[in-house]
Design a protein around this ligand. Sequence first.
Ligand code: MSP
Length: 646
Amino acid sequence: MANLSDSKKFYVTTPIYYVTAKPHLGSLYSTVLADVVSRWNKLKGKKTFFVTGTDEHGQKVANAAEKAGKQPKEFVDSFIDAYKSVFKSFEIENDHFIRTTDPYHEKAVQQWLKMLIDKGDIYKGFYEGHYCTQCELFIKEKSQENEEKTVLCPDCGRETEIVSEECYFFRLSKYQDKLLKFYEENPDFIAPKERLKEVINFVKSGLKDLSISRTKITWGIPFPGDDKHVAYVWADALNNYITAIGYGQEGKKESFEFWWPADLHIMAKDILRFHAIYWPAFLMASELLLPKRMLVHGWITVDKRKMSKSFGNVVDPVELEKLYGPEPVRYYLVRQMAITQDGDFSIEDLEQRISSDLANDLGNLLNRMVTLAYKNDAKVVKAPKIWSESELELRGECLNMISDFQTYMADYQFHMALSSLWKFINKVNAYFHAKEPWKLAKTDRDAFLQVLSATGHSLRTIAILLWPIMPKKMELLLNSLGVKFELEKDLIQELSLGKWDETFMLQKIDMLFVKPEQKEKKMDTEKEKPVLEKEKKDYIKIDDFAKVHLVVGTIEQAENVEKSNKLIKLQVNCGEFGKKQIFAGVKKFYKPEELVGKQGIFVVNLKPRKIMGMESQGMMLFAEGDDGKLQMATVSASVPNGMRLR
Ligand code: MSP
């Protein structure tokens, strides 16, 4: 393997997933993020290696297998295809899928244990204390107790069990000072930075040696020379990051030395301690370099609770993929979740992102431009020799956005990167609209072609930057522009030069993104729409609906709220429900005088609330049109005020 400088290669990993069930949206999330990071580095012309896989040993898996009445190996085998096919259907391009039951991994872990025993960093002792099977965690610190005086896990809050067994210990305490020194010298080790403080505090509070074997279970890697013991599941699993690239395997030394140390380990916040304390200490003991960085993300929650099989609130990614396609779901995950925080999953938000961001802002822009070009016989669009002022301005905006996008990506703030990209998409839309190219086509051909070219260059930039998130769709977009997409060179650097000298050979394609409501219409005639677990739960009973008082009312007065750029204050006659003062956020779409005298639909039993110091006594209903404009809901013929909608 040729020697590449560190800046030319990138090794990224996901946690390996416990196989107690098929994957859910939470397990997909880390994998999508890793795929985005890997593809982003490909765009930068780097050689990448991306590993994901499954964590198959330990008490948690053994218990689940027993419950299912299966042998552990048979049990874990039954889920592997589901993992691989979900990842494939979401266009995850991992270079390797590791299973901790793979013989090469088991052998390498045994060698590693032996090496540490010989070195004196592993010794035999006795463990007496609490254990959380759910987290596979030995509990050392003082922990909470419930009313029955059962010790609760400090991480997940579940009841723990008492373990009292002979075991091998790893001399974690020996590495306390070395670890603290490492954190001090590497303040960027963890993204986001704040999480490093938690780790430092934990280490400073004192590290005890870590139990590293179990005798109460047999489902694990046998300890070398003492097969009464099996390796503690975390000591087994963390090593996947090195065994996946060849550690401890004959003929794989070169590969291992090429890829190690990893550039990025990605994980959720609940397993940071294992990665930021145990794993570096294991590596120090093994005299190996430490990974360069860790990215810690929040949880996907449902109804504010971590999505997890044991809470029974999982969303099935297969159903989402069937309903919305893989790439809109990838986009939603990366855009909607602020990486540092937990984010509640919602179908409404997902559909909103698809309709508004993808179909309206992006898909329509491409469609409008290509349709207009075809109509005016301008399928081949060359860059002008000299750009005019407004196009130079747009290019300037584009270059600023590329720079912001890179800064956010370097810190793995994906949602911020996308937010700055979308601001630019909206600027391109505004530019296209303001230029009125459909008029220029008739009056000034050069100016018309220049608008097409500037829009084309903007779209090319957008498509390349979005490729890590929506690869196939963005390749389609680039096809429609008739430009090449090759990963050999550093495309980000090329974009940053802002050359804007492409010739576009425009081609019509189907709409890039279909709005969910249009898709549903199509699906009605096919087979029944699959129902998500979450949606099933969201059904309401007729009694629930009856609680909402929806009535017809006439707007008698309407005036703009001065200090607000959204609100209009309405005085509404709701018949027997009385006169109501209601605020509507539609200043952008309606003039007050357009509303006066109209009949609308109002919710009249909402708890009154203060808006800008004034009481709002209900809500007026609007629907968003195709063009993003809010349209007031109304009745088709005049009815008396106060009539209920049922
Ligand atoms: N097997 C260990 C990891 C060993 S890595 C050497 C483990 N497995 S897990 O299946 O319980 O969780 C693995 C990872 O799945 C989490 O760190 C996280 O990255 C991802 N997620 C699982 N549930 C999730 C959510 N609800 N939300 C976001 N990520 C989630 O821990």
